[in-house]
Design a protein around this ligand. Structure first.
Ligand SMILES: *[C@@H]1O[C@H](CO)[C@@H](O)[C@H](O)[C@H]1NC(C)=O
Ligand SMILES: *[C@@H]1O[C@H](CO)[C@@H](O)[C@H](O)[C@H]1NC(C)=O
Ligand SMILES: *[C@@H]1O[C@H](CO)[C@@H](O)[C@H](O)[C@H]1NC(C)=O
Ligand SMILES: *[C@@H]1O[C@H](CO)[C@@H](O)[C@H](O)[C@H]1NC(C)=O
Ligand SMILES: *[C@@H]1O[C@H](CO)[C@@H](O)[C@H](O)[C@H]1NC(C)=O
Length: 370
């Protein structure tokens, strides 16, 4: 019986079926005035004469690579190609083999060509600066709470929304960055796509959850007056998390057969989106009602606005340097979120530095002290 199965298997899976064509790099970027090269390998010698050629995505800005490279039966593919560009831009180069006897699904490379090295360096420095600014932005609030031994003035609805938002963002980032199953699904939807999550996105999100939990912990141990989280916020958060639970159940039961885990993760990215657009509203209203920003750290707001401006600035620099306003439009959500956050920050600054600058204590609290 066992021998029979083994024979069946060896017939079903011919040994040549595992020859995989791969590229030395997934992404490459270089200055318009220079060239870059990449290597193409097969895992096994080819079992027939083949020709290798290349396809390009729309808006190809590269000089064409040799259209047909002949590889004789029995040789291992190990070829180096040099890329040169006519103009700045992004193109995905896809290797093809005729006859199609190799597995080529990973044989593509995303090529970015930029105009100026200096802008490229500035862009990556700005990337680090906004990562740092946003990560540090949690601490002025934590320090202020600690110094006052009070969280009066810090809105609990904001904290609840913020925690949900960053947990959702962490789930999304970790799933896409580390779960093989999710990545496979991502590549069925975007066959030549690059996973849009980097390690520092994961670090930022997980740290944000931690810092928000510390702030929430402070709400339990410090003076908080009669502050509570609003029933409507509790209802919204309960709805979000029970939807997540139902979604998880449906996913585990394979109701959506096509890309179950990816769809599940996109749900979390929409949660993060919704939270980012709404989380500051309760705090703005609360400051307005108290006619004071005492207890709401302006340091946090300043770091947040600096991070937001850097993030938006980096998008502009990248679009300009790569002459790629198309991907700027494609990234419109990120841009919109940055603008929305900065807008709220400006409202907070107006409240803090203009409207309520004389009200260091709200009337009822100063009455209490008097
Ligand atoms: C880049 O490649 C192009 C086309 O293959 C060639 O004409 C040019 O001399 C190369 N430039 C450099 C700097 O290697
Ligand atoms: C592919 O080519 C690179 C560079 O020539 C080499 O280092 C690597 O070992 C090759 N991989 C395979 C699977 O042959
Ligand atoms: C390729 O070469 C192998 C061994 O050298 C040979 O058995 C096979 O028939 C050849 N394939 C073709 C399509 O010629
Ligand atoms: C493969 O290429 C070699 C060298 O060009 C040629 O001699 C041979 O006839 C080719 N084989 C097939 C099956 O076309
Ligand atoms: C390139 O070569 C392939 C295979 O040899 C062929 O099918 C294709 O039409 C060629 N493309 C161009 C633009 O010459």
């Amino acid at each position: 019986m066992f021998v029979l199965c083994a024979i069946c298997l060896s017939i079903v899976i011919p040994s040549s079926a595992v020859n995989v064509l791969s590229v030395s790099e997934r992404e490459i970027s270089f200055n318009l005035h220079t060239n870059a090269s990449f290597n193409l390998n097969s895992s096994e010698p080819v079992s027939e004469n083949v020709t290798i050629w290349f396809g390009y995505t729309d808006g190809n800005n590269l000089y064409p690579l040799p259209n047909s490279t002949f590889v004789e039966n029995g040789t291992l593919i190990d070829l180096t190609f040099t890329l040169a560009a006519k103009e700045a831009g992004h193109t995905t180069v896809i290797a093809k083999v005729t006859p199609p006897i190799l597995i080529v699904k990973d044989a593509y490379i995303r090529v970015g060509v930029y105009k100026y090295d200096a802008w490229n360096v500035i862009s990556s420095i700005i990337g680090w600066l906004y990562f740092i600014a946003w990560s540090v932005s949690f601490y002025p609030q934590i320090i202020e709470n600690y110094k006052r031994k009070s969280v009066i003035g810090l809105n609990f609805d904001f904290l609840g929304l913020n925690l949900t938002g960053f947990i959702a963002y962490s789930v999304f980032n970790i799933g896409l960055k580390y779960v093989k199953e999710v990545q496979l699904e991502y590549h069925t939807v975007h066959p030549t796509g690059i996973i849009p999550v980097e390690t520092n996105d994961v670090v930022f999100a997980v740290h944000a959850v931690f810092a928000t939990l510390v702030t929430i912990f402070q709400c339990f141990i410090y003076e908080r007056g009669d502050q509570l989280i609003a029933k409507s916020t509790v209802a919204i958060l309960a709805l979000v998390w029970s939807t997540a639970g139902v979604f998880l159940l449906l996913t585990a039961l394979h109701v959506n057969k096509y890309t179950p885990w990816l769809t599940f993760l996109y749900f979390f990215s929409y949660v993060k989106l919704g939270v980012t657009l709404t989380k500051y509203i309760p705090q703005v209203v609360y400051n307005y009602q108290r006619k004071s920003t005492v207890g709401w750290s302006i340091g946090t707001v300043l770091f947040d606005v600096v991070g937001g401006l850097f993030s938006i600035g980096q998008m502009f620099i990248t679009a300009y340097n790569f002459e790629d306003w198309y991907s700027f439009v494609g990234n419109f959500t990120k841009f919109g979120l940055g603008v929305a956050s900065c807008t709220f920050d400006v409202i907070f600054m107006i409240q803090h530095f203009c409207l309520y600058r004389h009200n260091h204590l709200p009337s009822d609290e100063s009455a209490l002290i008097a």
